[in-house]
Design a protein around this ligand. Sequence first.
Ligand code: NAD
Length: 497
Amino acid sequence: MSIDQAERGTQPTLRRELFIGGSWRPSADGSTTGLTDPTTEKAFGAAAVASPTDVDAAVRAARTAFDEGPWPRLTIVERAEYLRRFADALADDIEPIAQLVMRETGLPRADSLGGTKAMITVLRYYADLADTVTLEERRVGRTGVSTLIEKRPVGVVAQIVPWNSPIVMAAFNLPAALLAGCTVVLKPSELTPLSAGYLADAAVRIGLPAGVLNVVTGPPASSEALVRHPAVNKVAFTGSTTTGRLIAEAAAPGLKHVSLELGGKAAALVLDDAPLARIVDTMVPAMMFNNGQMCLQPSRLLVPRHRQQEITDALAARFAEVVVGAPWDPDTEVGPLISRGQHDKVMGLLASAVDEGGRFVVGGGRPKDLDTGYFVEPTIITDVGPRSRVATEEIFAPVLVVIAYDDEEEAIAIVNDTEFGLNDAVYSADPDRALAMARRMDSGSVNINNGQYLDVAVPFGGVKQSGYGVELGPEGLEAYFHHRVIYLDAEPFHGLG
Ligand code: NAD
C-alpha cells in the first residue's frame, strides 16, 4: 500500500477486500477471485469472495448503524451535506476510477468517465432535493382526529447491481437510500467488483459513519445470502429477469420491500413520415452506448416496408464506420463485451438468426482485425420474423434487428408483443401522431424521435418482466420511506370514520 493510499484510508485498487463497518478486511476464509480484462483476455487484479459469515457481518454492521448509529437520526439536510461531500470526493478520483472501469468492463473512456459523472450528478441532485422534502405532516382526518404522518427510512438496504456500468448502476439507488436515512450493503457483480471500492474509499474520506455503506464482493451465492438475511429490510436489485425472479422468491419469506430493474427488448417504431437523418443520428449512438450493453437499448427497429431499404442502408453505412477497439484508444467508440460467456452467448444468437433465415446487412461476427478480446462487430440483421430469437431475446451487444411492417396496427402489436416493458421509441415528423402512438406502448419509458434517454429528476422503472419499483426523481426517494401515523387525539373506535 502506498503512503498516499494509507493516508487516505484507501486500498490498492487492483486488489480489494471487503468494506464492512467502516474498514477493509479479508473474507473470513481468505478466499479471493481473479479478474479478466475483456480487452486483452489477460488476468488482472482480484477481489475478496464474501462467505455467508462475511455477509452476516456486513448486514449486522448496517443494522447497528441503522438501529444505534447517528445516520437515521441526522436531519435530512445534514445527510444531504454528506452526499455533497461524497460527490466531491468521487470527483477527485474520477480519472483513476475511469482507468479501472476501462479494465473491468472494456467500456470506452467516455462511458467509463460517464459512470462516475452520473453518480456525482445523482448525489448532487438528491442533496439539493433534501431542501424540498417534508418528512412530517400534521393532518386532520375526516372525523376531525389530529394525526402526525411521518416518513421513516425503510431500514437496511441490500443493493445488488450488474456489471454493465458498475458505478452508474450503484447510482440508481445508493444516493436516494442514503438521503432517506437507510444504511446499505452494496454487492457489485462478480465481473466488476473493484470499482465499487472507490465508493468505500470516498465514504472513509468524508467520514461517513461506520456501517452506513458496506461493500461485499462475490458470486451469486454471496448476494443470495444477502437477500435472505433476516436483518435486511429492502432489496434493490438491478440485473437480468431470470435473476430478478430468484431474488423476489428469496426475499419473499422475509416479506422484504423489493425493487427489480430487469432486462429489456425495446422497440423503435418508425412511422412513414419520420425524417431519416434523425433516425440515424439517434439510433446509432443508442445502439453503441456502453458497448451495446444497455437495458434501454432500442434493439428492434420497426420500419414501414416501403422505407426498409432506405433506412437499413443509411444505418448500415454508419454502423460500418463505428470504430471498434480498446477502450483506452481515443478513437474507440465500441469496446469488447464483458466476458467470454457473454461473447459466446451473442455469437450463438447471431448463428440463430442465420438458422431462422436472417441476413446480416453489416457485421455478423468478430471484427477481422481483432482476434483477442471479446469483440463483436456492430451488426444489423434483417429478414427475421418478429418472433425469432434475435427479435425476442435480450442480446446485449451492438446488434440491431430491423423488422418491416405493412400497417401501423400490425406494428404496434409487434412493439408490445414482448415479455419486457422497459423502454420504447417512436419516430415521426408529426408530434401528435408520435404522442398518440407513444401512449399505446406498454413500457416504463417512451422516447419520441430518440432511441433512449435518462434524466436524474425523472422517474425510471419497467413494467411486465422488466420489473417493478421506481428509481431517480422524487419518486426514487419515496421508495426508501415507509409511513408511520400517530393518532394524537382519537375518540374510542367504532369503525372506519
Ligand atoms: P445478473 O442478473 O446475472 O447479475 C446481477 C447481479 O445479481 C450480480 O451482482 C450477480 O452476482 C447477482 N446474482 C446473480 N444470480 C443471483 C442469484 N441467484 N441470487 C442473488 N444474486 C444473484 O445480471 P448481469 O448479467 O450482471 O447484468 C445484465 C442484465 O442486467 C441484463 O439483463 C440487463 O438488461 C439488466 N440491467 C437492467 C437495468 C435496468 O435498470 N432495468 C440496468 C442495467 C442492467
